[in-house]
Design a protein around this ligand. Structure first.
Ligand code: UDP
Ligand code: MG
Length: 317
């Protein structure tokens, strides 16, 4: 049986670009249907993320014109990650595979064919990865690549240069729906679900129309969200720093003793220095230990699944 594909497209104030890109998505979907790769029940699902312009009106008009278009609307703007999540959760029960993609035409839609081929070849997640960042300014390129390196350093398992253009099967989405956390950074979460995955490479272009919703401040906020929602390594770093400074302060205690024995200290100096170093060291170690417990609580409250089974021999027979 041919798989049903849902293309999930978050849109926020995109009245300028949607009339142009919607027909591009439809062309892609219909050619894929015609080539026999996917079922004709496949759909393009727009997620209006609480737009304040005419985006929703455009979506409803498209849905009336062609059955391949469908749309949902969020009660208010909740940001790109939540919009994608809403679309994926809505789509997962109606389809076999989803592809999430931005609506501004920046990501090359022809990569969808490769993604579907990889799915048909047995992959459950296919990450769209940018070939190069030639269309970016030097600053954007530098900051984005630093971000991916920082993520790796912090122990976050994200794919280098992959944003939110990816194919995910409904099977993976069903498992993913057990990740109940509210601080979501999708590109770091999907690798945690597991299953067979691969990457396809594509060129990223300039925005077709309209403006980016991700100025520097929002990008930094997303980077911060990515690290703090997936990693407790910063806490480990604080604990390590605490132990290091505590060690230094104990060396300070010995030093003040030596200075005092050699008779070079002003009366009362050694005892004061000892107390300050000792208390300082103890405080930092205690802070680190508290941090470790907070890190554990943080991971516990997320209630992520402890295991996910991908295969059973019973299913084979
Ligand atoms: N978007 C969204 N909610 C928001 C901001 C953006 O759904 O609050 C959508 C937007 O319509 C687009 C995608 O997320 O389809 C990526 O946004 P944008 O192109 O502005 O970001 P950039 O590509 O510049 O990083
Ligand atoms: Mg964009």
């Amino acid at each position: 049986m041919k798989p049903i594909l849902y293309i999930v497209i978050p849109c926020y104030n995109e009245e300028k670009v949607l009339p142009i890109t919607s027909s591009m998505f439809l062309d892609k979907l219909t050619t894929m249907c015609a080539s026999g790769k996917i079922s004709d029940d496949s759909r393009i699902m727009f997620v209006d993320d609480g737009s304040k312009d005419g985006t929703w009106e455009i979506i409803t008009k498209l849905a009336k014109e062609d059955k391949h278009y469908t749309g949902i609307r969020q009660s208010r703007n909740r940001g790109h990650q939540n919009a994608v999540l809403a679309g994926l959760m809505e789509a997962k029960d109606c389809c076999d595979i989803t592809i999430s993609i931005d609506c501004d035409g920046q990501d090359d839609i022809d990569a969808m064919d490769l993604m579907v081929d990889e799915y048909l070849g047995g992959c459950e997640i296919v990450y769209g990865v940018r070939h190069n960042r030639d269309s970016d300014t030097f600053f954007k390129k530098f900051s984005a690549e630093t971000f991916y390196r920082l993520l790796k350093l912090m122990g976050v398992e994200a794919i280098f240069n992959h944003a939110d253009y990816r194919l995910v099967s409904s099977r993976v989405l069903n498992e993913f729906s057990n990740f109940k956390e509210v601080n979501i950074f999708l590109r770091g979460l999907f690798p945690l679900v597991g299953f067979k995955s691969t990457s396809v490479y594509y060129e990223r272009h300039e925005r077709i129309a309209g403006e980016s919703h991700y100025p520097l401040v929002k990008m930094l906020a997303l980077a911060f969200e990515g690290i703090t929602s997936l990693s407790v390594k910063p806490i480990h770093l604080i604990t390590g720093l605490g132990c290091f400074i505590a060690l230094l302060s104990f060396v300070g205690v010995i030093w003040s003793f030596v200075v005092s024995i050699m008779g070079k200290a002003v009366p009362g100096w050694s005892s004061m220095t000892c107390i300050i170093c000792f208390i300082g060291g103890i405080q930092l170690i205690c802070l680190g230990i508290l941090g470790e417990y907070i890190g554990k609580i943080y991971l516990e409250v997320k209630q992520r699944p402890r295991y996910i089974i991908s295969e059973r021999t019973d299913d084979l027979f």
